[in-house]
Design a protein around this ligand. Structure first.
Ligand code: AMP
Length: 486
């Protein structure tokens, strides 16, 4: 199969050839003809499968006919993070080299003014994060009633980040008759529900998880102490002794840990940059750029910030923290060993992490070999902390309010206050880091100190309290008020 057999226009085929691609990837081969036939598509695929081109290439072909009108984009692509949105813009620049299309990027963290000017000029392709898009729409600067094609990318990540209410609102602003492409790496029931809502008689296209790519990745786990300083020392030792080292992404579970580790590595003479949600947009862009160009050899990142980023040819991935979700492990190690290259993924494992690693091994259906002495047994972990009592696969409770774990676990996002009560738009926190929306709450059971503005929202309603991964492991009956008779 070649690109010229998929029904793409000549302009697109020549741009793809110029990009050096010889054959379509499975998702491209399966999805492109259906997109061109104006069918809705449900694509189950992860980053690294070529899914961006699977929608960008047919879009370019389709957009060759017609013209954009001011403030009425013809197509809309929703991305969960600014970096992913920016990456899609790059794809349009690359594959759309032979086209004259207006592509606009509408993301948080940058000024409204320039975005407004772009919208006024008329936009063929609008690539946006949901919150900023709604901000423009609510200000009356953007009309979505001309959208012919809607793409929801990384839908499961949208769910993790609490964007589903925003996506549903956007769904009501675009025409019912539009075509929709919906991409997700996993299909939890909530995503299935959204897909059922958004898609009409879709073609389902599924490509395998990058877990299969793990054949090109050498994995290992290295025992370390639980203490952060000890872990940093272990990491430095591994970095200094790594074979075939070119560059590495080091994953931490928390933003705060990313910042600390970055500072520590730099002070030990390592050439490192950090990527986490508390950094402003220019710092995030600069960090990524430095790493992509090879100016920085180490990128320390959190899952949310790094998910889906296309960073080619990473030789090593280090898990400074064992990820809370086994799925995240697969995503993390998938940053190396891409496109047939070999890679190494090493996970630092303290006694408390042994069970979590067990859950990862179960998911992958293969053991992760120890490099050196194994960590102490689970028994030791149980003694160390109540967290050791977790069952394999269970997420540890989070004490750190800065943890960059998925807001899904923190409860859905709080409904926004009416526009006139909002803080100035430009000052709103970056979209991808805004606090989750909150459903209607039961009245509080006991007086609590007012939460800090950046603190996590209160726990979800009682029924969920028992299994709330945020640490509310109280059985529901304990939350009921008790009347003590005299
Ligand atoms: P994506 O899954 O869209 O993030 O794409 C992952 C990487 O694969 C990107 O670096 C693309 O440039 C690259 N890519 C996309 N399509 C192809 C193809 N047909 N052949 C080779 N590489 C590709």
């Amino acid at each position: 199969m070649s690109f010229s057999n998929l029904g793409l226009s000549d302009k697109v085929v020549s741009a793809v050839e110029a990009a050096g691609y010889k054959t379509p990837t499975p998702i491209q081969e399966q999805a492109i003809p259906h997109v061109l036939a104006r069918r809705d598509v449900l694509g189950i695929a992860q980053t690294g499968t070529g899914k961006t081109a699977a929608f960008v290439l047919p879009m370019l072909t389709m957009l060759e006919k017609g013209r954009a009108r001011a403030r009425m984009p013809r197509t809309l692509i929703l991305e969960p993070t600014r970096e992913l949105a920016a990456q899609v813009v790059e794809a349009f620049e690359k594959y759309g080299a032979n086209h004259k299309l207006n592509v606009a990027l509408i993301i948080g963290g940058v000024s409204f003014g320039d975005q407004d000017v772009k919208l006024t000029r008329g936009v063929d392709v609008l690539i946006a994060t949901p919150g900023r898009l709604l901000d423009h729409s609510e200000r009356g600067r953007l009309l979505l009633s001309g959208v012919e094609l809607l793409i929801i990318d990384e839908a499961d990540r949208m769910l993790d980040m609490g964007f589903i209410p925003d996506i549903e609102r956007i769904g009501k602003l675009v025409p019912f008759t539009r075509q929709t492409l919906f991409f997700t790496a996993t299909m939890p029931s909530e995503i299935q529900r959204i897909a059922d809502n958004f898609l009409h008689n879709p073609v389902r296209v599924e490509v395998s998880k990058p877990a299969t790519a793990a054949t090109t990745i050498t994995q290992g786990q290295v025992a370390t102490g639980r203490d952060a300083a000890e872990k940093r020392e272990t990491l430095r030792r591994l970095l200094r002794s790594a074979d075939n080292f070119k560059n590495a992404i080091i994953f931490c579970n928390r933003k705060r840990e990313v910042a600390l580790l970055h500072k520590s590595l730099v002070s030990h003479g390592f050439n490192a940059v950090a990527l986490h949600g508390d950094l402003d947009q220019s710092a995030r862009t600069a960090a990524l750029e430095a790493f992509r160009k090879g100016d920085a050899k180490l990128l320390i990142a959190s899952d949310v910030a790094a998910r889906g980023l296309d960073i080619p040819a990473v030789s090593h991935v280090f898990n400074f923290d064992v990820p809370h979700h086994p799925d995240d492990y697969v995503h993390r190690i998938g940053r190396t060993g891409r496109a047939g290259l070999t890679g190494t993924a090493i996970t630092l494992v303290a006694p408390i992490d042994v069970k979590s690693v067990g859950a990862i091994e179960k998911l992958m259906g293969m053991p992760i070999p120890w490099m050196g002495e194994p960590a102490a047994t689970e028994g030791a972990a149980t003694e160390e902390s109540p967290r050791g009592e977790r069952k394999p696969g269970e997420r540890p409770p989070r004490k750190d309010q800065h943890a960059e774990r998925a807001p899904r676990e923190r409860g859905p996002r709080r409904e926004r206050s009416p526009r006139n009560e909002r803080p100035p738009q430009a000052d709103r926190p970056p979209q991808s880091e805004r606090p989750p929306q909150q459903p209607r709450q039961e009245p509080p059971r006991a007086a609590k100190p007012a939460p800090r503005p950046d603190a996590r929202p209160p726990a979800r309603p009682r029924q969920e309290a028992m299994d709330d991964a945020d640490g509310s492991h109280l059985p529901a009956f304990l939350l009921r008020p008790v009347t003590i008779k005299a």
